[in-house]
Design a protein around this ligand. Sequence first.
Ligand code: GAP
Length: 456
Amino acid sequence: MSRTLPYADMEKILSISKRRGFVFQSSEIYGGLGSTWDYGPLGVELKRHVKEAWWRSVVLDRDDMVGLDAAILMHPQVWVASGHVENFTDPLVECRSCNRRFRLDHLAEAAGIEFDPDQTAKLLENLACPECSGALGDPRQFNLMFKTFMGPVEDTASEVHLRPETAQGMFVNFANVLNSSRKKLPLGIAQIGKAFRNEITPGNFTFRTREFEQMEIEFFVKPGTDDEWLQKWVQTRLEWYVEYGIRRENLRLRQHGSDELAHYAKDCYDIEYRFPWGWAELEGIASRTDYDLRQHSEASGQDLTYFDEETKSRYFPYVVEPSGGLDRGVLAFWLDSYDEEPDGDNVRVVCRLHRKLAPVTVAILPLSRNEKLVPAARDVHARLRRHFTTQYDDAQGIGRRYRRQDEIGTPYCVTVDFDSLDDHQVTIRDRDTMAQSRIPIDDLVSVLQDKIDHGW
Ligand code: GAP
């Protein structure tokens, strides 16, 4: 199958999103809350399927990984020891005329100037406010962590942060996981969960928001094997995006320069996607050395070293960290799947989402609302819904219903017609080829399962 049309522009995705129920603006009836989004009935299924595909690939299908679901609120000392209190900052500048605030490194990037944190005075001579062309004030470091208070007293003693990454939950639980799972190195911990960052300039729909979900792995290895594991994870993660439908030519790897590495990283590769506004980070795979375990060990007084039975030695494991954004992943899979093709005088909009990611896997469509067809179609639906994510749709003509399912990416439509009442067979229609085949109702679950497991 050739997919020649360009990936969607954002306008098309935004239109489908609202109209069909993928993503809504948060608190919309009150005018919305800036750059905050709610996943609607279809969006939540798409997101769930992306999470499931990730979890299967990095936890269930591997012997060297286990899962975790740590709390969002953590001991305040965690963020001191991890370096986030001191270092998790972005350079902020404010326009002296309109008082809008910007990230200085983003302004430099947009102007095609390399950002050097030690040369900001010189940089500011060449930049102006992108909104009103006013002069920009002196930059200051702005910490991105959200603060809140725990308990009834709002004082500094009760101050806690909303986690800006899920990673620290895995570091502080390293010994718990190791001892309870009785595993040896290399051992990885995986987690999916919310993270919060008070971004200065959120935007581009769900790409950069202040509340988002991460899919992170902390992979603990013997020091000295970390470079090899970094390369393995870079390839594994890149292949995962391709396996689930993103065209290889729309993905690229970018190694961080030494000046852009996070405070904990010795090396890092970004997997970037060609978003409609340009190449941008989908996932970072960082080599974090033993920085975090050492820091937490020192700050907590707990021994977080590992005893290596083979070498009879004790050491802090090194860590390779593949860290992806779930919301960015969902957006990239969706954008890359968007397609249009001629359909007579019209255009058929079809989202060619991977069959395991599509929000609805099987749609059940009675040919009409005829009183004999409806119970038969309901019966087919009852059989299928226990196995797949399904949708029953009997509104409007069958052609329009096929188009509606194409637009949301449903890979298989099952049509119940008058012949079904006699021959106990139904028609499966394939989204991409639009080919139709007749299948006995009793074989439907196994035929569909086979298609989902092995492709069309
Ligand atoms: N623990 C490492 C870490 O958090 P990061 O590169 O800052 O690394 C990892 O974040 C991933 O989280 C990014 O690749 C991106 O996909 C996602 N992410 C980061 N900030 C985000 C934001 N403001 N909105 C949406 N996703 C974000």
